[in-house]
Design a binder for this molecule. Structure first.
Ligand code: NAP
Length: 332
């Protein structure tokens, strides 16, 4: 498994492939993570608000106590929730995640969103207004939140720091105002949204890129509708694109493997999510073939720029009014 050396203090190496876990239930995690570890995965991507850290912690505990591996052999990423996104809440949510994951440290801690919402009384969800819109936190400041994360890193609870869903300007601002620089930017990245400018900025700043939704997140649509009643009209089917299908046939691989190979061949870290044993194995089995330069170009040509974005977060009703909302969208 190839690794990416992060800019973090110390020798922090991040595996190029990890298991995504968004929407994986506790029951699914048990089987999926066990299968993934057996298949060679050494990176897990979770978040406080995926509500599955406890199940991940249990599987890891079993894996370690059975002698199959050690804690330091697995790279764990988790994220500060959007409703905990303020300096004063970092320690609380980080400690909560560490407890759930049954570990003393995480390898990578990300600010999940550049914007911030007020939590409800439970602290487990964002607070909503009567019209269903979310209560924006306009006081929170990412530079201050970052300082609290730097402290936790110095305390030994985190090995590397990063952000997610930040735009280039937000990344640069944080970079210029931090003592410990961001090591990783996790963003939506797939054949339809290739983020070329953002990747160039990160390369200059020595920030590694993790691609989320590398397969185009086929399960996101039903989630947007069921949870938020938000129906994005032009939901893409990247796995079904004729060029992807043609290349799958040519290389005798699945369409998923073609999309994932397109990214790892460019040294982009990927975190495909699956709860299906066959697909879990398939998604890490992407290092025994190489796309020709011409075929890489054909996949590069599928880029739709901003039109390819699936996760615009407008399902958080009212979010575009937040000054840290990272994308340019006109209200519909
Ligand atoms: N930072 C953020 O804001 C953010 C946002 C979104 C996601 N993420 C992270 O990134 C991870 C990946 O993104 P994602 O889950 O949205 O989307 P994804 O990995 O692009 O797609 C996952 C979906 O594709 C299916 N699938 C998996 N492997 C497949 C294959 N080889 N062929 C066909 N279908 C396949 C899965 O179903 P089965 O389970 O049935 O296989 C699941 O429905 C998340 O799980 C999460 O860890 C982060």
């Amino acid at each position: 498994m190839p690794y990416v050396k992060l800019s973090a203090p110390g020798d922090v190496q991040m595996p190029l492939v990890g298991l995504g876990t968004w929407k994986a239930t506790n029951e699914e995690i048990d089987k999926a993570l066990t299968t993934a570890l057996d298949a060679g995965y050494r990176q897990i991507d979770t978040a406080f608000n995926y509500n599955n850290e406890e199940a991940i912690g249990s599987v890891l505990k079993k894996w370690i106590s059975s002698g199959k591996g050690k804690r330091e052999n697995v790279f764990i990423t988790t994220k500060l929730p959007v409703f905990g996104n303020r300096a004063g809440d970092v320690e609380k949510y980080l400690n909560w995640s560490l407890k759930n994951l049954q570990t003393d440290y995480v390898d990578l801690y990300l600010i999940h969103m550049p914007f911030s919402l007020i939590p409800d009384d439970t602290g487990l969800s964002p607070k909503t207004n009567e019209d269903g819109s979310f209560v924006l936190d306009l006081e929170a400041n990412n530079v201050e939140t970052w300082k609290a994360m730097e402290k936790s890193l110095k305390d030994g609870k985190i090995r590397a720091l990063g952000v997610s869903n930040f735009n280039a300007m937000q990344v640069k601002k944080l970079y210029e105002n931090s003592e410990i620089k961001p090591s990783v930017l996790q963003v939506e990245l797939h054949a339809y949204l290739q983020q070329k400018d953002l990747r160039a900025t990160c390369k200059e700043l020595n920030i590694a890129i993790t691609a989320y939704a590398p397969l185009g997140s086929p399960h996101a649509k039903s989630h947007f509708i069921e949870k938020y009643n938000y129906n994005k009209t032009d939901f893409p089917d990247i796995l079904g694109h004729p060029v992807v299908k043609e290349l799958a046939e040519k290389y005798n691989k699945t369409t998923g493997q073609i999309l994932l190979r397109h990214l790892v061949q460019q040294n982009v870290i990927i975190i495909p999510k699956s709860s299906n044993p066959e697909r879990i194995k398939q998604n890490i089995d992407v290092f025994n073939f190489e796309l020709s330069p011409e075929d890489l170009e054909r996949l590069n040509a599928l880029d739709r720029g901003e039109d390819g974005r699936i996760f615009d977060f407008r399902f958080f009703k009212g979010i575009t009014k937040h000054p840290e909302y990272p994308f340019n969208f006109k209200e519909e």
